[in-house]
Design a protein. Structure first.
Length: 877
């Protein structure tokens, strides 16, 4: 299909930063503001001595910060804290205030330069923006320069400026905005660099630093149009295929791989270990979807040939993403041919191709500006060639990969009058569906096939050229005087089939017939979900036409019984097998199951009665089966002890059980250094399944800032990570002071009914190797569903709680009536997420419904005396 797309070049990157050896540091899933070229927010990077600092986002090329020179100065980073705040000035792309880090440029700085490589290809009217501050001993002034020639020559912009001191909690930053519109040499420049010099008093101090945050380069995109696009997402590419463009504005774009030997082309669909590139996405293509072109070894006897006519266009730019496997060719060379491949011109030098490593998804983001080569302009015989060179090109295995290959250019202005019509687009390159409105775009061309403006309003009329259906809807449009194109919206076709084409006519212009295209029936997705997750096996999910009759079924897993189906919280059937009519939209149906056993407290550490002094081990305060035990094995001077409650050392009131009072008792204090130790928790689960671990945790200022949680089914011989590194708040400065951790183990069958079950907490992240500081724990519990009714060493069955909910369905509120005060109430939404928790002071609790979303919720009441629980549903309209 063909389309003229007026393109802002910044959309060369819909998501993704330039390639770095540290992986893809892109802001994936975030939309870049129009005109944003480069952005360093410094929030996700570990910056150490002598590092290069790549951009967090780049629209073109590769942005990079370095700090060359002599002496002991270096770069690192400083994470946000009250006395070292980040700047909230110039936040972009969803970055949150008071989060992350800043770039710290350390003294002595008078013998070094902060160099910023920031290509501006495709942009003009540039603006540099950043926040900067300093410590007391840091350089008190800065100077800003640019270089248009890779740092060979430099020009200062403006005068020397003062840098404010970061004083206590004031967070003083200079908000620097540097307009470069008067400097034409910086525009559309792949060699653009900036330099910041540290001058004035303090620059030569042995200590002190300057700091930077939210550094951006912005500009106005030059007007380019998309000529050819290969996204590779819809094609089945077999060996020796010619790969047509997914979109071409003029002529036909194709890719072939001629030569000798066993090398060939195919495709690789997206998966975690083989990701596509999200760089240079166009025309509505989604991130992390589709496929890439895979060019297989041996490649040293073949050439990747790209036919890409540029008729009517000049100032061309080629853009693509490329990577390789470990055995693939390590370099590429890029050529063009103005004469159908009779002669070739090398553009630039051989460039390195990064290796696709595990889950990092490393791609080189290649932007090739051809404005210096006039022979490529307005050329129907234009071809490109990519040669795989360097080590690995002759290997018998391995491959290189390409994604999102485009050719952009500027429309050539012409005085020759139009002579004919030409279809350039059907429905913006997107799928056409039966009985749904679509669009067509038509150009007026001259005899040289260059778009040419009409001298008067010209009506274009559409009719069916091929196909068995009826073309309807809006079938005409006007090319207005002085313009050369019209997009006709609201066209309809009433049959799903292949081989449809459209005929266009206009007075005094030759007729045109579109390329053939497919018309499809719209398909909608039926999704089936289980609540609780994993409670049953569901069948019938899939893609269906609107109006299709679909039968779905649910089979309960062991320990559960089917209850009902619901849609948007409304019950639709109590039958495990249910037939529905597929609507004209995606649909999610939830199967509800009831657990066949009581959910009970198995182990509980409230830590309120711990003795003083060093603790070698801590027994559970309550255990329903076996004995729970905590110890702290490892190396170094770290140890456990008790920290009793005080106003400056709060306990947690989260997850209080068995009648424990708020703001009383103590917590378990796990002291540094913790890097070579683990918190080891023995917690047998004999007779229980669907386990859940809950606890509260915090830290002192020097304590480990992150933890990881593991379980072992075999008393510590093997371990499984179930909660990746999670942040631990500093209780004196952060709200809430404790992290409330809930770990669902229901997906791990090996944890169920296991006398050898162990957990461990590892202390990771900054602070774990400090000599002082600690992490703290409170109200650690293990709950689970009893596999039989007689699992109770304490004979608590007769103490099971009871609960009533009324009115149900609720109105503007609902009441919970229980048989004992001080019950813990937890409310979960339909997905199993905890949305509300409180402790009852009486036997009746009234809860307004305004805080909840509409739908079915699960209310769980947990006895403060026995730890047993009861579940009920409440429907909130």
């Amino acid at each position: 299909m063909k389309k003229l797309l007026t393109l802002l070049l910044m959309t060369i990157v819909a998501a993704g930063a330039a390639y770095t050896t540290d992986g893809d540091l892109s802001l994936r899933g975030k939309d870049a503001p129009e005109g944003l070229i480069h952005y360093w927010h410094f929030n996700d990077q570990i910056i150490t001595d002598e590092d290069e600092v790549p951009t967090d986002y780049s629209a073109v090329g590769l942005g990079m910060i370095t700090y060359p020179g002599t002496g002991a100065g270096y770069m690192d980073f400083r994470t946000h804290r009250t006395q070292d705040p980040v700047s909230n000035f110039n936040l972009q792309m969803g970055q949150e205030p008071d989060q992350g880090a800043v770039l710290r440029v350390r003294n002595p700085a008078n013998t070094r330069e902060l160099i910023i490589a920031a290509p501006s290809t495709g942009f003009e009217d540039l603006v540099v923006t950043f926040a900067t501050t300093r410590t007391e001993n840091g350089a008190q002034q800065q100077e800003f320069y640019f270089s248009h020639d890779n740092g060979i020559t430099w020009e200062q912009v403006g005068d020397t400026y003062d840098v404010p001191e970061l004083q206590d909690d004031l967070g003083i930053y200079l908000h620097k905005v540097i307009e470069l519109a008067e400097y034409s040499v910086v525009n559309d420049n792949p060699h653009l660099h900036f330099k910041i010099l540290f001058v004035g008093e303090g620059a030569d101090n042995p200590s002190g630093n300057n700091r930077f945050d939210n550094l951006t380069l912005e500009g106005s995109p030059l007007g380019l149009e998309l000529i050819h696009y290969w996204h590779f997402n819809d094609q089945i590419i077999d060996e020796n295929d010619v790969v047509p463009s997914d979109y071409s504005l003029v002529g036909e774009g194709t890719i072939s791989y001629p030569g000798t030997g066993d090398g060939y082309m195919d495709f690789r669909t997206h998966r975690l270990q083989d990701p596509v590139s999200n760089f240079n996405l166009r025309m509505g293509q989604e991130p992390d979807q589709g496929a890439v072109l895979r060019v297989r070894n041996p490649a040293d006897t073949r050439e990747l040939i790209i036919a890409a006519p540029s008729t009517g266009y000049e100032d061309l730019v080629v853009t693509f993403a490329t990577t390789r496997t470990s055995n693939g060719a390590e370099e590429q060379e890029f050529y063009f041919s103005p004469d159908n491949g009779d002669s070739w011109v090398l553009v630039g030098e051989a460039y390195a191709v990064p290796e696709l490593e595990d889950d990092l998804g490393i791609y080189l983001h290649k932007v090739i500006n051809l404005t210096d080569y006039p022979e490529v302009n307005n050329n129907s015989e234009l071809h490109f060639k990519i040669l795989a060179v360097g080590e690995g090109a002759g290997n018998s295995s391995g491959n290189q990969r390409l994604d999102n290959l485009t050719l952009d250019g500027m429309l050539i202005q012409t005085d020759a009058p139009p002579s004919k019509l030409h279809f350039t687009d059907i429905n913006n390159g997107e799928t056409v569906y039966m009985n749904e409105a679509f669009s067509v775009t038509i150009h007026a061309l001259n005899d040289d096939n260059i778009p040419a403006a009409v001298e008067a309003d010209t009506e274009v009329t559409l009719s069916l050229a091929s196909g068995n259906g009826n073309l309807g809807g809006n079938l005409s449009g006007i090319i207005e005087e002085g313009n050369f194109s019209v997009t006709i919206e609201g066209v309809l076709y009433d049959v799903a089939e292949s081989g449809v084409s459209i005929h266009a006519t206009a007075d005094d212009l030759a007729d045109a017939v579109s390329d053939e295209f497919d018309v499809l029936i719209r398909i909608y997705t039926l999704t089936l979900e289980s609540f609780p997750p994993g409670a049953g096996v569901l069948t019938g999910a899939g893609d269906y036409e609107a109006g299709a009759e679909v039968t779905i079924s649910a089979e309960a897993n062991e320990g559960y019984a089917f209850s009902h189906w619901s849609v948007d919280g409304d019950e639709v059937s109590e039958n495990a097998e249910y037939t529905l009519i597929m609507p004209a939209e995606d649909l999610t149906v939830v199967a509800h199951f009831d657990a066949l056993g009581d959910f009970r407290l198995i182990h509980y550490w409230h830590f309120n009665e711990l003795p003083g002094g060093t603790l070698e081990e801590v027994e559970s305060d309550f255990s329903l089966v076996g004995q729970g035990l905590i110890n702290y094995p490892g190396e170094g001077p770290g140890y456990m002890d008790n920290r009793s409650y005080s106003g400056s050392n709060p306990v947690s009131n989260f997850n209080l059980r068995l009648g424990q009072e708020p703001d009383q008792g103590g917590v378990l204090r796990v002291r540094n250094p913790s890097i070579d130790r683990m918190l080891l928790i023995a917690a047998p689960s004999t007779g229980f399944a669907d386990l859940e671990v809950i606890f509260a945790t915090t830290r002192t200022e020097n304590g480990s800032q992150e933890q990881e949680f593991y379980f072992s089914p075999d008393a510590g011989d093997t371990w499984t990570l179930v909660k990746e590194a999670y942040y631990i708040p500093f209780y004196e400065e952060e709200e809430p002071p404790y992290a409330e951790v809930m770990i669902d183990l229901s997906a791990y069958d090996e944890a169920n009914d296991n006398p050898d079950l162990h957990f461990k907490v590892l202390f990771v992240g900054e602070g774990n190797d400090n000599e002082s500081g600690n992490n703290r724990f409170d109200n650690l519990t293990l709950d689970g569903r009893a596999l039989s009714d007689d699992v109770s060493v304490n004979e608590m069955d007769h103490l099971a709680p009871s609960m009533q909910i009324y009115p149900n369905p609720a109105s503007d509120h609902f009441n919970i009536l229980v048989n004992e005060p001080n019950m813990l109430i937890r409310i979960y939404d339909i997905s199993g997420k905890l949305v509300y928790q409180t402790s009852m002071n009486d036997t009746v609790l009234t809860i307004p419904t305004g805080r909840f979303r509409s739908g079915v919720h699960i209310v769980r009441g947990i006895s403060a005396g026995t730890g047993q629980s009861v579940n009920m549903r409440v429907i909130i309209p």
